[in-house]
Design a protein around this ligand. Structure first.
Ligand SMILES: [Zn+2]
Length: 389
């Protein structure tokens, strides 16, 4: 494989304080070489060695590719009418998930695959080089397995979310549906290559006992644990995530002081999804309190057709800075290193020697511009696994 020299980097965000200045480990007038898909060399641009190919950053900022650790890309249909109604004052309840389940079951494989490809490419153009993808709009054994097989064509970070909601045909039979999820559906999900298991632990979805049962049996089957927790109100999700040593508790919109303390004292990452609060006109999660308490925070898009139809990590960074009192450095860290921690990955989310060759070049001299210039397409170049995209 050809080696790639990226040089004349005005601001290199390594993502590791040991490799540069400040919490983002920033180096000035830097260069790096990617060889065999890995960062092989980092140093001053004037000392840069030769390589097979050369990318001149012309003084711009270079960052690790974004790690989006929470998305729901396998679906069909559109819920713009629901969004419009919500913006006219109707509350968000999560019930629209069943609308997407109907459309997803009715779609053929090619339609689902094309939709994932479209959104994955959209995210890639905006700098996302690692993307977790959940199932959760099939909710039958065959449809969940199909969703995971298609997701697996686009990412190794696939998550079984059979416990998204109780499907209509199991209304008033939640115990039966949980048995299905824990039995044949889990077996099929493992066969389809799932790496993670997730539960929507929320009033109107799955309570603490059901969520614990599903996550425990998933962990016993070898899957990593993640939890949709405390999105619509305070609830048991965050404490359950910490109890089960989940990689991530996602949303964390409504947290008690105990929840914040539990996250801060654990290895469970608090994954914040401000696109959901934006799109449901809800209060934002208490990022400042989490960070000040010492919790590890990630930012992700929650890309889905109902409550957060954005694939843009730069948009989430801008929201986190403007609406959640995070500094630009904290937001960039959360969108890279934080996401990697939420997926328990050490090879992505940073640019140090040995890391995977995933990076973005901005049309800007500093990472601060991601929040300073919201809504502007600042990602000019993406390198994925050492290859220019
Ligand atoms: Zn979600």
């Amino acid at each position: 494989m050809r080696s790639l020299l990226v040089t004349n980097i005005g601001e290199l965000v390594t993502g590791d304080p040991a490799w540069g200045q400040g919490p983002l480990g920033i180096r000035r007038n830097a260069a790096l070489v990617i060889d065999d898909r890995r960062v092989e060399w980092i140093g001053r641009a004037v000392d840069a060695p030769a390589a097979d190919a050369r990318l001149d950053a012309d003084g711009a900022a270079v960052l690790p590719g974004f790690v989006d650790s929470h998305s729901h890309l396998v679906f069909a249909g559109d819920r713009s009418a629901e969004f419009s109604a919500r913006m006219a004052g109707q509350p968000y309840t999560g019930g629209g998930i069943r609308t997407t389940v109907g459309a997803t079951r009715a779609a053929d494989d090619e339609q689902l695959r094309a939709n994932v490809a479209r959104l994955r490419n959209e995210a890639l153009r905006q700098g996302t080089t690692t993307m977790e993808i959940k199932s959760g709009y099939g909710l039958s054994v065959a449809d969940e397995a199909r969703s995971l097989r298609i997701a697996r064509e686009f990412s190794v970070e696939t998550t079984f979310l059979g416990a998204h909601v109780v499907p209509a045909e199991y209304s008033d039979r939640t115990d039966d549906y949980v048995s299905l999820v824990c039995g044949p559906m889990l077996t099929a999900a493992c066969g389809a290559g799932a790496r993670w298991i997730d539960v929507f632990c929320e009033r109107g979805a799955f309570d603490a006992d059901h969520s614990r049962a599903i996550l425990t049996v998933g962990a016993d089957a070898g899957l990593g644990v993640r939890v949709h927790a405390n999105q619509l109100g305070e609830g048991p999700g965050v404490q359950l995530a910490v109890e089960l040593n989940a990689a991530s508790a996602d949303h964390c919109t409504h947290l008690s002081a105990d929840d914040i303390g539990a996250l801060a004292g654990s290895s469970t990452v608090a994954t914040l999804l401000p696109g959901a609060e934006f799109s449901t006109r809800s209060p934002y999660p208490p990022a400042r309190a989490l960070i000040d308490a010492g919790a590890t925070v990630a930012l992700a898009t929650d890309c889905n057709p109902g409550s957060s139809y954005t694939s843009s990590m730069p948009f989430c960074i801008a929201l986190a800075v403007r609406e959640m009192a995070m500094t630009p450095a904290e937001a960039v860290f959360a969108a890279t290193r934080g996401g990697a921690a939420a997926l328990r990955r050490g090879d992505v989310g940073h640019l140090t020697v040995g890391a995977r060759g995933d990076l973005v070049v901005l049309d800007a001299p500093s990472h601060v511009h991601l929040a300073y210039r919201p809504g502007v397409p600042l990602i000019t170049t993406v390198v994925l696994n050492g290859e220019l995209i």
